[in-house]
Design a protein. Structure first.
Length: 185
């Protein structure tokens, strides 16, 4: 099949792909997926941390009946070269059904997920420990704290009041709470 015959693909963004759109797209729509929830369980050695001190970034974990809101982007397949590099630190592509909220229809698409089988996976921890870890992490793309705060603001704009993200935001905004916590998980 020639490149011109390859149809564009829907991409579901649930983390930084909501607010840091550094790729071309044909359309964007508010969207949701079902059966997944955000968790700051993935290590970031290349964006919000370093190999010596990885930060924590969001991934999705299975959660029956949970609805996760985000943005769906219709992209040319060539965009995945850039996205595969951006999401290289443990993320893999998965096919998913995406509900486009404005059009009230489902489409097939792709999302990036980092599961427990990748070497950068940090896994679950107490929410205060995750917040302390994030507060002390910084990488080439900036502070890990800013990542959480930007995601919380983007989710607020979407009307997705994700309890995990908003609890982390609250802890990070009250710095005195984190001063007594360890900076590492």
């Amino acid at each position: 099949m020639k490149n011109s015959e390859v149809k564009p693909t829907w991409l579901f963004g649930y983390g930084s792909l909501i607010y840091k759109v550094d790729f071309p797209y044909l359309r964007s729509e508010q969207a949701s997926i079902t059966g997944w929830q955000r968790r700051f369980w993935q290590g970031s050695q290349d964006h919000r941390g370093t190999p010596e001190q990885p930060g924590r970034v969001v991934t999705l974990v299975p959660a029956a009946k949970v609805v996760c809101k985000g943005i769906a982007y219709l992209v040319e397949n060539s965009v995945f070269d850039h996205l595969d590099h951006r999401e290289k630190n443990g993320y893999q592509r998965l096919e998913i059904d995406i509900a486009l909220l404005n059009e009230q229809q489902k489409v097939s698409g792709i999302l990036y997920v980092a599961d427990e089988h990748n070497p950068a996976y940090l896994g679950a921890a107490r929410i205060r420990d995750i917040a302390a870890h994030i507060a002390g992490s910084h990488g080439p793309s900036g502070s890990n704290r800013d990542y959480v705060l930007q995601l919380a603001e983007a989710l607020r704009d979407l009307g997705d009041m994700d309890p995990h993200v908003f609890k982390l935001e609250s802890l990070l905004r009250s710095n005195n709470t984190l001063q007594t916590e360890t900076a590492r998980v």
